[in-house]
Design a protein around this ligand. Structure first.
Ligand SMILES: Cc1cc2nc3c(=O)[nH]c(=O)nc-3n(C[C@H](O)[C@H](O)[C@H](O)COP(=O)(O)OP(=O)(O)OC[C@H]3O[C@@H](n4cnc5c(N)ncnc54)[C@H](O)[C@@H]3O)c2cc1C
Length: 381
């Protein structure tokens, strides 16, 4: 077993690290206040080839694999959870087209998504169904060689910013999860509009909106995968998404630890830096251990995907653990900052607000614990 990253991966990590320090982190606070997507950063990420890291050269990607994708997300999240989330959600749409699309769909959509010229969004959640994804009620009804889509999607990252939407709806209401199909819907299609923009607690530099489907007529050729395969497609997309959320947790926790350690070294109490207090050292130690463990879990999930192995279980574990490591690092980071940690003049409260999303989106911790627990119970039945 070799724990070292390849030279290519090390070099890529350094590239994203430097990009994040120069082009992302300095603007994170402004993004949070503006509550909007910073397009100039998105364009720079596109120029730097970040959107295409896990995808084949055939479509303009760099074919570096999922581990490189997770590293990209981790490094970006160190500077801004919002920016990392934007890329994660973009891949949630790109991935199913890459894995389940016809040649025609791949040729039509992938080059622009892989280059970042166009942003993607993935829409499963509805106002009445999140964890219970099979309970969605939006529909698609066949009309000759077209489909008519109706319904409302809620909490869609990149809503409005995206030009390509992968949307899951019911094509057979009697079949539960097996009655779900996915469609590619382009921005500007008549009957498709962007609804309410969320005024979120955190990750405010990423946009989140409702999507409205009102007799939206799309051609048969935009059915993604087979009819009835939508739930499976969504779960496959979410495996990589959850791995990336775990990576976001690692990046956010690193940022909290770096800031807290630097603060502890310069803040004096009782005549010495608070870094000299064991209570503070223990907090930093717990952060470091959590980060190390979470990172191995994320890398293992990504590595398994790169080996073509099943990795839903590892992705779920990496997501739950990584998000909780991030929350704990932010909570304890604020504690190390004392009163200043509670102020918007310092970044820790923003990190905490950002990190909270990681325990909810793409499978809440309770639901994923259930998945992991059931897998283990089955294994030892
Ligand atoms: C900022 C943000 C961005 C998002 N982006 C997207 C996106 O791009 N695309 C998309 O499709 N969705 C997106 N979502 C939606 C997200 O995936 C859902 O919010 C999440 O799956 C939880 O669903 P819910 O909000 O309906 O909560 P609910 O399902 O109503 O759950 C509420 C609570 O009950 C718990 N619970 C539910 N069922 C169980 C159970 N069986 N056992 C134990 N506990 C349970 C949950 O864990 C949670 O604590 C986003 C959400 C947020 C906040």
């Amino acid at each position: 077993m070799d724990f070292r990253l390849s030279e290519d991966l090390q070099l890529w990590r350094e590239t994203v690290h430097e990009f994040t320090d120069n082009e992302v982190a300095p603007y994170d606070e402004a993004m949070d206040r503006a509550n909007d997507l910073p397009w100039d950063i998105i364009h720079k990420m596109s120029d730097a080839g970040m959107f295409g890291i896990p995808y084949p050269e055939e479509y303009g990607g760099s074919d570096m694999g999922s581990l490189a994708g997770a590293i990209t997300i981790e490094e970006l999240a160190r500077g801004s959870a919002s920016i990392a989330l934007t890329l994660d959600a973009h891949w949630l749409a790109t991935d199913p087209i890459h894995l389940f699309g016809t040649d025609e769909q791949k040729k039509k959509y992938l080059p622009d998504l892989v280059s970042g010229k166009k942003i993607g969004a993935f829409a499963l959640t509805e106002p009445g169904a999140g964890s219970d994804a099979a309970g969605i009620i939006s529909t698609a009804v066949r009309d000759g060689d077209h489909w008519i889509l109706n319904g409302t999607k809620a909490w869609i990252t990149n809503g409005g910013a995206a030009e390509v939407y992968v949307i899951a709806v019911k094509t057979d209401k009697t079949k539960g999860a097996r009655g779900i199909s996915t469609f590619i819907v382009e921005k500007g299609t008549p009957g498709f509009s962007i609804g309410k923009k969320e005024d979120k607690m955190g990750c405010r530099g990423s946009v989140t909106t409702e999507l409205i489907l009102d007799n939206c007529r799309i051609p048969e050729s935009n059915l993604l995968g087979k009819e009835g395969e939508g739930f499976k497609i969504a779960m496959v997309a979410l495996d990589f998404g959850r791995t990336c959320i775990g990576a976001m947790g690692v990046g956010t926790a690193r940022s909290a630890m770096e800031k807290a350690a630097a603060y502890a070294n310069q803040r004096h109490a009782f005549g010495a830096p608070i870094a000299r207090l064991q209570a503070i050292q223990f907090k930093i130690a717990d952060m470091a251990m959590g980060i190390e463990a979470a990172r191995f879990m994320v890398y293992h999930a990504a590595w398994k995907r790169d080996q073509g192995q099943r990795y839903s279980h590892e992705a779920a574990m990496a997501k739950v653990f990584g998000s909780e490591v991030a929350m704990k690092a932010c909570r304890e980071g604020i504690q190390i900052f004392g009163g200043n940690g509670y102020s918007r003049d310092y970044p820790l409260e923003r990190y905490l607000r950002d990190a909270k999303l990681l325990e909810i989106g793409e499978g809440a911790s309770e639901v994923l614990r259930m998945v992991v627990g059931m897998n283990m119970l089955k294994e030892f039945a």
